[in-house]
Design a binder for this molecule. Structure first.
Ligand code: GUN
Ligand code: ZN
Length: 493
């Protein structure tokens, strides 16, 4: 059991948790968004991040502080919390990102951890190597070995109460990501960021993000708090939570604002091109795009940054509500419609439906079939597995002594796409209470056919009579010989 992290609710692989940060004397609710604060440029004052936006934790860069003469001594003297004027939890990065950008940094893990402790960081980071995507395998392995030595140095360091990150690298090699996750979980470090995702996210390669994160998660233990380093665009947060990420950091709110970019849950707009603000945050209710364009650049940048933070925190709250209600995958499905690359990410996530199934609650309020992707949700696979284990109820056992009868309602398996057959007794149980459109698509019918196949496989000796409402034609065309199909409408259900 990880001492500092407690999971309260699950939906898919997403969860609501509590991360205890002892040196800050606070417990942070996850999923949590950590605004990135540049110690040299306070676009939005840290105290306002807490009081006006609800940030319980933020992240800043200890390497920048250490390399900037103007602030280093002041931060050492006052401590990070007083320097920033923030009394929540503060995570610090180590300079690894600078290492990735510039190829070299002049600090070791032991030195930067010592510095992070001296300035009063609450969650520190060793010097991991953010190996970019698509490098050759030899480089990915070599750099992963360096990252793993950094984790060993971090374990050996005297870090007191301060929590320490154990970054998971491995480039775009799922097996290396999984091995890196397993190695990290085997250390006594505390928080598990999946690293080097920024180049993938900047290139909109969300399917590759999903492959890397789901691989890392297979190696990590389910109770490890997972940070997705560099992820803060509101469009992708629901997907990231559904994969099982708990912490995010957003530099996007400030970086995008500097370029006049306006974030939404379905993408990025440009202030120059907006006629209206489709948002009700304080910025968007008090201003319109023409105002911001007419005013001075610094004010426009600050207001855009504030809007960007408002939509991002709003999305985090919406995601938490969805996890609590069991509607997270419906939310991911909606977000997937914002951009084809997000749809790729969602489809890649559903390639790992079995992995999501492990923590997906067995019962929720409702299953809404809102796209053909929903035919691949974990609930569908779980139902199929259940059909393969289900002891056929007595009244559905049709043998020679009890031949199928078209008028015997009880002797008929109900069929509901995308799930397939189920005994009538289960019709009021999740997920068979699903809301499914009348016009059933091919994906749902194919999934139902898979259910029929699994049922026939499990009951090799019995005749199976399916009843359907007239909408499962394609599904039922391909059923094995032993399976008869009755139209439930003829039976006057
Ligand atoms: N910030 C964004 N990506 C990374 C990463 O891979 N490692 C560290 N330390 N910081 C990051
Ligand atoms: Zn707004």
């Amino acid at each position: 059991m990880r001492d500092h992290f407690e999971i309260r609710d699950h939906d898919a692989a997403g969860r609501i948790g509590r991360l205890e940060v002892p040196s800050a004397g606070v417990t942070v609710e996850t999923p949590a968004l950590l605004p990135v604060v540049n110690p040299n440029v306070l676009t939005v004052e840290p105290e306002r991040l807490r009081t006006e936006f609800g940030a319980e934790m933020l992240i800043t860069n200890s390497y920048i502080i250490r390399s900037t003469d103007r602030i280093r001594d002041r931060v050492l003297e006052e401590g990070l919390h007083d320097f920033l004027g923030f009394d929540g939890a503060i995570m610090t990065d180590s300079g690894s990102f600078q290492l990735a950008e510039y190829g070299d940094i002049d600090v070791t893990t032991a030195e930067i951890l010592e510095f992070q402790r001296r300035i009063g960081s609450d969650v520190a980071t060793p010097v991991d190597v953010p190996t970019p995507p698509d490098v050759d395998r030899e480089r990915a392995e070599r750099e992963l070995a360096t990252t793993e030595r950094a984790l060993a140095d971090a374990e050996a360091a005297d870090t007191g109460e301060m929590l320490v990150n154990a970054p998971v690298q491995g480039s775009t090699y799922p097996d290396l990501r999984e091995a890196a996750g397993r190695h990290a979980a085997g250390t006594d470090l505390d928080v598990f960021p999946v690293g080097a995702m920024v180049p993938l996210m900047n290139a909109y390669r969300y399917a590759d993000v999903v492959e890397a994160v789901t691989a890392a998660k297979r190696g990590l233990d389910p109770d490890c708090p997972v940070h997705l380093f560099g992820a803060g665009h509101p469009m992708m947060l629901a997907l990231a939570v559904a994969m099982g990420c708990d912490l995010f950091d957003s530099a996007a709110y400030a970086l995008m604002a500097r370029d006049g970019r306006y974030l939404t849950v379905s993408g990025t707009d440009h202030l120059e091109e907006l006629s209206y603000f489709p948002c009700s945050c304080p910025v968007c209710t008090e201003h319109d795009p023409a105002d911001l364009r007419a005013g001075d650049d610094d004010t426009a940048e600050r207001l855009l940054a504030e809007h960007n933070l408002h939509v991002t925190f709003e999305e985090i709250r919406r995601i938490k509500a969805a996890v609590r209600e069991g509607t997270l995958l419906e939310l991911v499905d909606r977000r997937a419609r914002g951009h084809p690359a997000m749809l790729d990410g969602y489809r890649a996530l559903l390639d790992h439906a079995d992995q999501l199934e492990a923590t997906d609650p067995v019962s929720k309020d409702a299953f809404f079939y809102t796209s053909h992707e929903a035919a691949r949700r974990p609930e569908v696979g779980r139902h199929h597995d259940r059909l393969a284990r289900l002891e056929t109820p007595e009244d559905l056992l049709l043998t020679e002594s009890k031949p199928p009868s078209t008028h015997d309602h009880d002797a008929v398996w109900r069929v509901k796409p995308p799930f397939g057959p189920f005994p009538r007794a289960l019709s009021e149980t999740y997920p068979l209470t699903a809301e499914v459109p009348e016009r059933v698509d091919v994906a749902a019918q194919a999934a139902a056919a898979e259910g029929v196949r699994r049922l026939a496989e499990t009951n090799p000796e019995t005749a199976i009579t399916l009843g359907h409402d007239g909408w499962a034609e394609t599904a039922l065309e391909r059923v094995p010989d032993r399976v008869a199909v009755n139209d439930l409408r003829d039976l006057g259900r």
